[in-house]
Design a protein around this ligand. Structure first.
Ligand code: WQD
Length: 324
């Protein structure tokens, strides 16, 4: 297939690009490099530099494509609460315009990056696809809205789609081919790595009084290579005419903040300074996915997502950037 990957220079996007090139597809990467890296785009992929909201750029990137993988969105949940219009512009307006352009160009299949943030505070664990959707931040709302639009486009025969709800994406390509680091990260694992490298003084652990075994927050960390595999399987599923779907992508297991810090110390071979501070607003105590539907529908089984491997591959990416 010829596939346009919007946001293909970013952290998750660059891993998806590699996986789909490995699968023999023709890839066009569209990215404005606001958060992605030019060096993350392999030479075998075509590159269109520009904004998803620019109609000429969109037409150029989508021409002749059978499918679209859409990862071009802002993703900082906290920021979405203080600058919602930024999220409306990109995650809603530009996304809808781009889907419109994709339809004009005859694109039939869309794989959309969604998020565990569509669920809000968990009412039961593990979180399956039918769990109530009640986003607690505006970012999660934007993802849910696009999921709903895609459900309508499917119903109206415009295009079919796969909405992939990522839990906590982490890790780097085990073969060391993708090493683009996120700038000013706020997520736990890159923060811990920056402390291990001496780029930050300490990890602030947001709360140790949660109802979890060690009192710190528990999340479902899923290796980005496993996420990339799910995109390939989703495209195969759509291309085979098996119809639209929505799935959660997680391991079904949770790890605490303290476990992440302790395991990192073992991986990097030095202490990682950390200090307990107050809870971060909006953080649920525990969050993990049911992977049952992705397994049944796509045959997707995470292979790289044990915490040790996530941390080892991440540390290698930091070292490959001359850090650590
Ligand atoms: C993980 C755990 C924190 C930083 C976010 C988005 C979500 C999804 C995944 C994209 C929590 C704790 C963190 C730190 C800490 N993204 N923590 N100190 O909040 O689970 O999810 O990324 O769709 O939508 O909200 O990820 O990595 O920020 O936090 O103690 O400096 O680490 O409290 O328990 P989160 P995270």
């Amino acid at each position: 297939m010829r596939i346009c990957i919007a946001g293909g220079a970013g952290y998750i996007g660059s891993h998806v690009v590699r996986r789909l090139l490995d699968g023999g597809h023709d890839i066009v990467v569209l990215d404005n490099l606001a958060t992605g890296h030019r060096e993350s785009i392999p030479s075998q992929a075509e590159f269109v530099h520009g904004d998803v909201g620019d109609p000429l750029v969109a037409r150029k990137a989508l021409a002749g494509c059978d499918a679209l993988v859409y990862l071009a969105a802002w993703k900082a949940a906290g920021e979405s609460m203080t600058d919602p219009f930024k999220y409306s512009r990109n995650n809603l307006v530009n996304t809808l315009a781009f889907l419109d352009a994709a339809h004009d160009q005859g694109v039939k299949h869309v794989v959309f990056s969604s998020s565990a943030a569509v669920f809000g505070a968990p009412k039961s664990l593990p979180i399956d696809e039918d769990h109530p959707k009640d986003p607690e931040n505006y970012y999660g709302f934007t993802k849910l809205e696009i999921e709903r639009v895609l459900a309508w486009y499917d119903k109206l025969g415009a295009m079919d789609s796969a909405c992939l709800r990522y839990f906590n994406a982490a890790g780097y390509d085990p073969e060391g081919r993708c090493i683009g680091l996120e700038r000013n990260p706020a997520n736990l694992i890159p923060v811990v790595m920056e402390v291990a490298c001496g780029m930050r003084k300490e990890v602030q652990i947001f709360g140790s009084d949660y109802d979890t075994p060690d009192g710190t927050g528990v999340r479902d960390y899923i290796h980005v290579t496993d996420l990339a595999e799910a995109h390939a399987l989703a495209l195969d599923h759509l291309h085979a005419g098996k119809g639209s779907f929505v799935v959660n992508l997680g391991t079904g297991e949770g790890q605490s903040v303290l476990e992440v810090v302790k395991q990192t110390e073992l991986v990097v071979g030095r202490p990682v300074a950390h200090r307990i501070v107050g809870r971060r607003a909006g953080d649920p105590s525990s969050l993990w996915a049911s992977g049952a539907k992705a397994r049944e529908l796509l045959g997707w089984v995470p292979k790289h997502s044990d915490l040790r491997k996530i941390l080892e591959t991440t540390w290698k990416a930091y070292q490959a950037n001359g850090l650590g």
